[in-house]
Design a protein around this ligand. Structure first.
Ligand code: SF4
Length: 254
């Protein structure tokens, strides 16, 4: 494999190994490119092929190419386009391939890392709110209970299991019921800010799909119907969680 092709595979290597059969993975098919310049002398040494990939998160003031900030701008990078580029590299006077734009090394641009990035961001985002809630709930526990438990020989684990957790049970149950009620929404607003065509396959949830298909695609009636259906399912789940909590923990919202 000539060096210029190795470079190409390494940069866009969502499949880490070089592709022998010119086939493309589903992830590669989701990348968009803005333009391709053949016999380009402005972007690198000698005469080259230049591929301008869509997407930029830097948003510099006075950017010359703001239209290409959107990762969905341009056309899909297909197997045919890739083969076209490889063919353009064959003549001896072509010095190599220049890749410009895009952000292939950002973690949230790699589909397989998206669930991890999403989970970490969610933990970080909810950590403060959860801490305030549970700490304020724990602050209301009578300290005499801990002192009495210490006199009886209880260690930290015993105190946590027999005093702290039962005392904050109402807060835990309320949070659980609210969480179950919003489960299908899955923070679609945050995913909308994070995802791109390259990560649709892993990042899409019902909310983001509805936004794209219903709102952006103009299918308002379909979007409204599915949204209503999702709200009904959410209500059903919340109702079920409330019932289970009443049975298991002897505490419920209503
Ligand atoms: S395309 Fe270049 S100039 Fe424009 S925002 Fe991105 S890095 Fe800045």
């Amino acid at each position: 494999m000539p060096p210029k092709l190795v470079y190409y595979v390494r940069v866009w290597g969502r499949n880490a190994r070089p592709t022998q059969d010119m086939g493309m993975s589903p992830q590669e098919n989701t990348m968009n490119y803005a333009t391709i310049k053949y016999c380009d002398i402005a972007n690198g040494e000698g005469v080259r092929t230049s591929l301008f990939v869509s997407g930029c998160r830097r948003h510099c003031p006075n950017c010359f190419n703001a239209v290409a900030w959107d990762f969905g701008y341009g056309a899909p990078f297909t197997k045919e386009i890739r083969n076209e580029i490889l063919e353009s590299l064959a003549p001896g006077y072509i010095n190599g391939l220049s890749l410009l734009g895009g952000e292939p090394f950002l973690l949230n641009m790699k589909p397989q890392y998206f669930p991890m990035v999403y989970t970490l961001i969610n933990i970080w985002r909810n950590f403060g709110w959860g801490s305030i809630l549970y700490l304020s709930s724990m602050a209301s526990i009578d300290t005499a209970l801990y002192e009495a438990a210490s006199l009886d020989g209880a260690n930290r684990w015993h105190k946590m299991w027999h005093i702290t957790l039962p005392s904050i049970k109402p807060t835990i149950v309320v949070m659980l019921i609210m969480g179950v009620g919003g489960m299908l929404n899955a923070d679609s607003d945050m995913i909308l800010l994070l995802y791109s065509p390259a990560t649709y396959e892993y990042a899409d949830v019902i909310g983001t799909y509805l936004y794209r298909y219903g709102l952006v695609g103009g299918n308002f009636s379909y979007g409204t119907a599915v949204g209503l259906f999702i709200s009904l399912i959410n209500f059903g789940l919340m109702f079920l969680a409330n019932k289970v909590s009443r049975r298991v923990a002897d505490y419920s919202l209503w």
